[in-house]
Ligand binder design. Structure first.
Ligand code: PMP
Length: 351
């Protein structure tokens, strides 16, 4: 793929302190357009700035869009790495297929990310948890106010320098949402499409009003089985076993989830991917069997959970402090991501 590059003539000041997540953008962005006649065309990197589309743009009205989240890390060895980018490229196409956005060549996807990271590599914050958060996204831009599959699209990549997502590995409280639901089997829950996140905001607001960082979703039919958290998959350590909800058709297949499952099996843990109910969680907390809980996601890597709030009741996880296994998994994954440890599973991709 040929990528034309127009460099900014006005480079921005880079932040000197840990930037707030997702608010500061690097100097450049990647853009590409699609039409039925030309296919994907005009790969270009230009200065980061506002984009142009019609007020009738299909994505604005009917949400035909998808996105990904990935990171670039600077290792102690001075090299820059992506983490399993082929999984993001594949999931992008999986998401695209669900909302009728044309397939994008996966090798070109990774090439575009690499080209942009290369250009803005100096934006990776020089701090232990620093990385570049990369946001590739697709959207339908037909100027047409009818509900229909768009004929034209844009693909873009923007990037933000980021530090630790929830602060430095602080255990967070999670609100168990028992009224609203996020997704149902056959819906779009397995895809990273904006509507899922729009549907999550009322619950997030409620979680925050109750002093919690995120909402935990229960299944959309019985509101009984645990699904996932706002932007994380969820793991429990119960009586020494690692348990996470099975991918059932409404949960996002997290890349961190997959990596943690692999690491846990490699560390010799017994691992179960299976349905788990909120009642099982509450009773295992009561009996003292619930040792640890953590969320997994690209933004936070691993977020330890101190407690859940369910129907006004507090479910305490262990003693409410960070758990040994969560910490060990975080350290291991962070070291692999940053080139600070043997990459046994071939996950790192140098930029
Ligand atoms: N679930 C949801 C709903 C998410 O948005 C994310 C973040 N992409 C995750 C789980 C975690 O996925 P990953 O580990 O690939 O970042």
């Amino acid at each position: 793929m040929k990528i034309s590059i127009t460099k900014t003539t006005a480079p921005k000041e880079k932040p000197t302190e840990t930037p707030a997540f997702g608010r500061i953008f690097t100097d450049h962005m990647f853009l590409m357009n699609y039409s039925e006649e030309t296919g994907w065309r005009d790969a270009r990197i230009v200065p980061h700035g506002n984009m142009s589309f019609s007020p009738a743009c299909a994505a604005l009205h009917y949400g035909q869009e998808t996105f990904e989240g990935m990171k670039a890390y600077r290792g102690k060895d001075g090299k820059c790495y992506l983490f399993r980018p082929e999984m993001n490229a594949r999931r992008a196409n999986f998401s695209n297929a669900r909302v009728c956005i044309p397939n994008f060549p996966e090798a070109d996807y990774i090439e575009a990310v690499k080209a942009l990271v290369n250009l803005d590599i100096d934006w990776i914050p020089n701090e232990p948890d620093g990385s570049l958060y990369i946001r590739p996204f697709f959207f339908a831009d037909d100027p047409f106010l009818g509900v229909a599959v768009s004929k034209t699209y844009q693909f873009a990549i923007i990037m933000c320098p980021v530090g630790a997502y929830f602060g430095a590995f602080q255990p967070v409280g999670i609100y168990v949402e028992d009224e609203y639901v996020r997704a149902v089997r056959g819906g779009t829950g397995q895809s990273k499409t904006g509507g899922n996140y729009a549907a999550s905001l009322a619950a997030l607001t409620r979680a925050q009003e109750n002093g919690c960082a995120q909402a935990l979703w229960l299944d959309g039919v019985e509101r009984k089985y645990i699904e996932e958290v706002g932007t994380m998959n969820i793991f429990f350590k119960i009586s020494g076993k690692i348990i996470t909800p099975a991918l059932n058709g409404s949960i996002l297949a997290g890349i961190t989830r997959d990596s943690i499952l692999t690491l846990c099996r490699d560390m010799g843990f017994e691992v179960e991917e299976r349905p788990i109910t909120i009642d099982e969680l509450a009773s295992s907390a009561e009996s003292g069997a619930l040792e640890e809980t953590f969320g997994t996601g690209t933004a936070c890597v691993i977020a330890p959970v101190s407690h859940f709030l369910y129907k006004g009741r507090k479910i305490l996880v262990g003693d409410g402090n960070e758990g040994k296994t969560s910490r060990n998994l975080y350290d291991t994954l962070a070291k692999i991501q940053r080139g600070d440890m043997e990459d046994k599973f071939n996950w790192r991709v140098p930029v």
